[in-house]
Design a protein around this ligand. Structure first.
Ligand SMILES: [Mg+2]
Length: 99
């Protein structure tokens, strides 16, 4: 896996605040996104789109930290198999990557 500056930041955050704390933070951010999406879906207000985008960014940042707290290889394996299933459902052909 290529270690980017972004990954370094996630790693530093998990080290600084701890896995348990960042897991709770992830739960918090997921709840904020859930609220923003529910508000958007119900059509309350017109400014919600920006808020949804902000909350998606927060959740992506926390998901990247959860990858480091849990098992990235296991997560990738699950993701591959779920994406393959989704691809079959929507009729997208998957090209095998050369190794
Ligand atoms: Mg947030």
């Amino acid at each position: 896996m290529k270690v980017t500056k972004e990954t370094e930041i996630y790693r530093a955050a998990v080290k600084e605040f701890g896995g348990a704390h960042q897991t709770l933070k992830a739960i918090e951010e997921l709840a904020e996104l859930q609220r923003a999406l529910a508000r958007d879906y119900s059509g309350e207000g017109m400014k919600t789109d920006l808020h949804v985008c902000e909350e998606i960014a927060d959740v992506e940042i926390m998901l990247n930290q959860l990858r480091l707290i849990f098992d990235p290889k296991e997560i990738d394996d699950w993701k591959d198999s779920k994406l393959e299933r989704l691809a079959r459902m929507v009729g997208v052909e998957i090209e095998e990557e050369a190794t």
